[in-house]
Design a protein around this ligand. Structure first.
Ligand code: FAD
Length: 499
């Protein structure tokens, strides 16, 4: 293994290059080919807390990163109109309450809610959620005994600025950048491996191993190697998006808002210098003009550009590693940004590629392990996203009728049955979305379980009530003492692009 070629310089390409730059120390050449003429997808602004792992791996200073990408802090996602029109709930990062003697916290709360209206909502027992509602932010405490240690956060950022930030690092660390449009891809007639990408001006870039970050076109994995795309459209019918920035508004909310529409949903992502907005919709159920009207009609501030149109299909390539090529980012698969998981899947692909980095172009064990792990992760995230569409009372449009009545995948059906019977939530080992995430969405959108955990009988109601009351108070006090989100940014990490 002497050379690696990364095809594509979007978020996926430069995130990959910034990590693979360290291969140069092992004597491996790393080259990235990108085409300004083709450009990048240019959307993708909300992240989840796992981005900390990526930034830490590269030793990126957080305040410098927030400044460079005009980022804000994200404490979760508010879902509006998903269960029914007029209903809203938060899916916060962080945990709900504390389990007691092996009994899940949400079980305690569900019982208390059945007995008394005063028990409060799930959100009241999650510091991250309460802080989000108050538009407060501070970094978590490192003292595990402090309630503030339970706070979890991610970022809203400008993905274009992030790619530029990473590009400077990667090039500084020895990655060679080649600008040009790839016209063809050559395969070895003997092995079928990719040998060279040929630019339209005739320049040739040869490599031993290739990372396909070419976006939806999937130039290497899909086009050159012919790995089929598996569509998940029957469960996730949204196939288009319109994106438009708007002027910033106050207060600066530390969360993403996802508002359900008649045939899809709208996102609202506040950055320091603008708000990113978009409408993800299903073209089988609504036309482009109506979708644009819904997007522009729902903006909080004036639009600052024309809406940009994007097309996609939910799904993933049958294999993400084929021969001497791994696809990372949109070249490998796409799940709509409802839970901001695309950038996570990019970093997960990079992390697994690094832990399985092949010593030679052919590495069947590493390839099969990679395909199993990434394939499982895509499928698990898919199920979590389908949950939002399927667990709804909405029947006010053909779209929602379709989503509610289409049988979910078996893996999700089992989770739903566990919840509906006794409020149980059991993510698979290693699953990205923890039981707290599943509880947030199930409690926010699905009917209350028919019964609860029989082990609750061991916890007397009055004792549990005192515990809930105490927790509720401590969380409320801690959140109220946190600084305002905008003030925190102004003090620590205001961007040059900021207000
Ligand atoms: P691209 O950005 O498309 O980059 C492809 C690269 O390949 C470009 O540099 C291009 O020039 C190059 N290329 C292509 N063909 C050639 C060629 N022939 N020759 C040379 N170079 C070539 N993710 C999140 O995590 N959070 C979000 O909130 C979020 N929101 C999204 C909203 C929408 C509507 C969409 C569609 C996606 C969203 N995503 C989100 C996903 C996110 O945008 C992508 O995962 C991310 O931008 C990575 O894209 P990419 O680098 O794989 O592809």
């Amino acid at each position: 293994m002497k050379s690696v070629v990364i095809v594509g310089g979007g978020t996926a390409g430069w995130m990959t290059a910034a990590v693979l730059a360290r291969l140069t120390a092992a004597g491996i050449d790393v080259t990235l080919v990108e085409s300004e003429e083709i450009g990048t997808v240019g959307v993708g602004e909300a992240t989840i807390p796992s981005l900390h792992d990526y930034n830490q791996r590269l030793g990126i200073d957080e305040d410098a990163f927030v400044r460079a990408t005009s980022a804000t802090f994200k404490l979760g996602i508010e879902f509006v109109d998903w269960r029914r029109v007029g209903a809203r709930y938060l899916h916060p990062f962080g945990t709900f309450g504390r389990d007691v003697q092996g009994v899940k916290f949400h079980q305690l709360l569900l019982r208390a809610q059945r007995d008394a209206d005063s028990a409060g909502t799930l959100e009241d027992y999650c510091l991250t959620a309460v802080a989000a509602r108050l538009a407060r932010f501070t970094r978590p405490s490192r003292d595990p005994a402090a309630v503030l240690s339970s706070l979890r956060y991610a970022f809203h950022f400008d993905a274009g600025l992030y790619a530029t930030f990473l590009r400077e690092r990667a090039v500084g660390e020895g990655v060679t950048r080649v600008e040009g449009r790839i016209g063809s891809v050559e395969l070895s007639p003997d092995s079928g491996d990719i040998t060279t990408v040929v630019l339209s001006d005739g320049r040739r870039v040869a490599g031993d191993f290739f990372v396909d970050c070419s976006g939806f076109r999937s130039l290497l994995l899909g086009e050159a190697l012919g790995v089929p795309f598996v569509s998940w459209q029957r469960w996730l019918p949204c196939d288009r998006a319109l994106a438009v920035p708007s002027a910033p508004t106050a207060p600066l909310l530390p969360y993403t808002r996802a508002t359900a529409e008649k045939a899809g949903w709208r996102w609202r992502i506040p950055l320091q210098h603008r708000v990113g907005n978009g409408h993800v919709y299903a073209s089988a159920f609504v036309d482009d003009q109506r979708a644009a009207d819904a997007l522009l009609g729902g903006l909080d501030g004036a639009a600052s550009a024309e809406p940009r149109a994007l097309r996609f299909t939910a799904g993933v390539r049958e294999r993400l590693w084929e021969r001497n090529c791994v696809a990372i980012g949109l070249a490998g698969g796409f799940l709509e940004p409802l839970e901001s998981t695309s950038i996570h899947l990019i970093q997960s692909g990079i992390a697994r590629l690094m832990s399985l980095f092949p010593g030679a172009a052919t590495a069947p064990v590493e390839r099969d392990t990679y395909n199993r792990l990434l394939g499982t992760e895509y499928r698990q995230i898919r199920d979590f996203i389908i949950l939002h569409y399927h667990a709804t009372e909405r029947s006010d449009s053909d779209f929602w009728q379709h989503c509610r009545t289409t049988p979910p995948p078996d893996t999700l059906a089992e989770k739903l049955a566990l919840w509906r019977e006794r409020g149980r939530v059991l993510p698979e080992p290693g699953e990205l979305f923890t039981d707290d995430s599943w509880v947030a969405v199930l409690a926010g959108q699905d009917a209350a379980p028919a019964a609860l955990d029989p082990l609750l009988a061991a916890l007397p109601c009055d004792e549990a009530g005192r515990f809930l009351h105490h927790l509720h108070g401590v969380i409320a006090q801690t959140a109220a003492a946190m600084p305002d989100h905008a003030a925190f940014i102004a003090r620590h990490c205001a961007s040059a692009h900021g207000r």
